[in-house]
Design a protein around this ligand. Structure first.
Ligand SMILES: Cc1ncc(COP(=O)(O)O)c(C=O)c1O
Length: 385
C-alpha cells in the first residue's frame, strides 16, 4: 500500500544541513533519537508545492491569503468537525512563541499559570519568562497504565490569581489522547476558576491507535470554545517544523483582540514557503499521513516489544499518539541517564526539562532499521550492569 510507495525505510543524509537533531553530535557516533522532528522526506505533494513556489522566484513579504486559509478551514471542518472562521485565525511562525505570548496576553505579572506535568519544556519556561508563577500538577495514573489529569490535585493547587491552564492534547511526552469526558471535566474546571484554556493540539493528527480519536477542545461546547485558545500546526505531522508555519484559533473576540495586541510588532509574518507547505499539507497530504501512521504504528510496536522483552528494567507505558516514547529509567540507577546512553551511541531527550528527571524520551519517527539500531545500543548500554 501507500506505505511502500512512500518508502519510510530510507531517509536522506541529514548531517551537515544544519539539522538541530543530527548536527548536535558532530564527530561522535551517536544515533540521534531525540528532538521532535522526523527523518522522513515530507509528502511528495508538499515538496512539489514548495518547488512550484520556489520556481516563482520572488520571495517577498507574504500575508495570510486564500490558499492557506481555505486549506486550514477545510481541514478543521473535514478532519475535526470544527467549523471555524477565517477571522478566528492568526498565522504564526511557531507555537513556542505563541505559548509565551499567551502568558503575556491573558495574565498579569504575578498571576499564575497551571499545567500538567511532565510536559513539553516551553510550557514550563513560558510563565517564568513572563514573570508569572508556574503551578505544576503531575499527571496521575488512571489504573495501571494510563496517564490522566489529576483533577483533585488541580482543585487543591488552583489559586485566585491563576489565569491560564495550558493543555497539551494529545500529550507530549506521555502520548495520551484525552477522552471527551476528560476534556469536558477540564473545561468545567476552567469555567469554575475562570481560566483561559490554551490548548496546544500540534500532535492531533499523529494518533496511531485506531481505537481513539482526537477531540478538539474548542468543539466540546460553546462556553468552553469561548475560553479556548487553540494552537495548531502542520509541522509535526508532515515533518515541516523548519518551515515555521503554525496558527492559533480564537473564537472569543475579546481574547483574540488581547492576543493580537500582544503579538503586534513582535511576531513576524510567516514566510512564503511556510504558507505553501501548510496549504499543500492540508490539501494533498492525507494519503502520505495515512501511510506515515501505519509506519509509526509498527515502529511503536517495535519499541514496545523491544523494551518489554529486552530491557524490562525500563518502564514504558502504552501510548496512543505522537512519535515520542517516554521511558522511566529510574530502576537503572544512573546518575546521568542521557550521558550514559550517549556513551553507548544513542541520543535521547532528557526528562529533566519536562519536569521528570530519570526519564528519557525517544523519537521513533525514523526508518525502522535506524530505530532497531538505537534500541540495540540501548540494550547494550544496560546489559553489562
Ligand atoms: C506540544 C508541542 N508544542 C509545540 C511544539 C513546537 O512548536 P513550534 O515548532 O511551532 O514552535 C512542539 C514540538 O515538539 C510540541 O511538542
Amino acid at each position: 500500500m501507500n506505505e511502500t510507495i512512500y518508502n519510510f525505510d530510507s531517509c536522506p543524509e541529514r548531517k551537515g544541513f544544519g539539522s538541530l537533531k543530527w548536527d548536535k553530535y558532530k564527530g561522535r557516533d551517536i544515533l540521534p533519537l531525540w528532538v521532535a522532528d522526523m527523518d522522513f522526506r515530507s509528502a511528495p505533494e508538499i515538496i512539489d508545492a514548495l518547488q512550484a513556489r520556489l520556481d516563482h522566484g520572488v520571495f517577498g513579504y507574504t500575508i495570510p491569503h486564500e490558499a492557506p486559509i481555505e486549506a486550514v478551514l477545510n481541514y478543521l471542518e473535514g478532519r475535526h468537525g470544527y467549523a471555524a472562521r477565517a477571522a478566528w485565525l492568526n498565522f504564526l511562525p511557531g507555537l513556542v512563541p505563541a505559548i509565551n505570548l499567551c502568558c503575556h496576553a491573558f495574565s498579569e505579572p504575578g498571576d499564575s499559570v497551571m499545567t500538567a506535568t511532565p510536559v513539553y519544556p516551553p510550557f514550563l519556561s513560558a510563565p517564568d519568562y513572563a514573570q508569572r508563577e508556574l503551578i505544576k500538577v503531575p499527571l496521575c495514573l488512571n489504573g495501571a497504565d494510563q496517564w490522566t489529569l489529576d483533577f483533585d490535585a488541580m482543585e487543591a493547587a488552583v489559586r485566585p490569581n491563576t489565569k491560564l491552564f495550558v493543555l497539551c492534547s494529545p500529550h507530549n511526552p506521555v502520548g495520551r489522547v484525552f477522552t471527551q469526558a476528560e476534556l469536558t471535566q477540564l473545561g468545567e474546571f476552567c469555567e469554575r476558576h475562570d481560566l483561559v484554556l490554551i490548548s496546544d493540539e500540534i500532535h492531533c493528527d499523529l494518533i496511531f491507535d485506531p481505537e481513539v480519536s482526537h477531540i478538539m477542545t474548542a468543539t466540546l461546547n460553546e462556553s468552553v470554545a469561548q475560553r479556548t485558545v487553540t494552537l495548531m500546526a502542520p509541522s509535526k505531522t508532515y515533518n515541516l517544523p523548519g518551515l515555521a508555519c503554525a496558527f492559533s484559533i480564537i473564537e472569543n473576540s475579546r481574547l483574540r483582540a488581547q492576543f493580537q495586541k500582544t503579538i503586534r510588532g513582535i511576531i513576524t509574518e510567516v514566510n512564503c514557503f511556510g504558507y505553501a507547505g501548510c496549504a499543500a499539507a492540508y490539501q494533498y497530504g492525507e494519503p502520505w499521513r495515512q501511510a506515515l501512521l501505519a509506519y509509526l504504528r509498527d515502529n511503536y510496536a517495535l519499541v514496545r516489544e523491544f523494551i518489554e522483552q529486552e530491557i524490562p528494567e525500563i518502564t514504558f507505558r502504552p501510548m496512543q499518539a505522537t512519535y515520542l516514547a517516554w521511558f522511566d529509567v529510574s530502576a537503572l540507577g544512573l546518575k546521568d541517564p542521557v550521558g550514559h546512553f550517549e556513551e553507548a551511541g544513542v541520543g535521547l531527550s532528557d526528562g529533566t526539562p519536562f519536569d521528570a528527571p530519570q526519564h528519557l524520551r525517544l523519537n521513533f519517527g525514523c526508518p525502522r532499521h535506524h530505530l532497531r539500531a538505537g534500541l540495540e545500543r540501548m540494550k547494550a548500554a544496560v546489559a553489562p550492569r
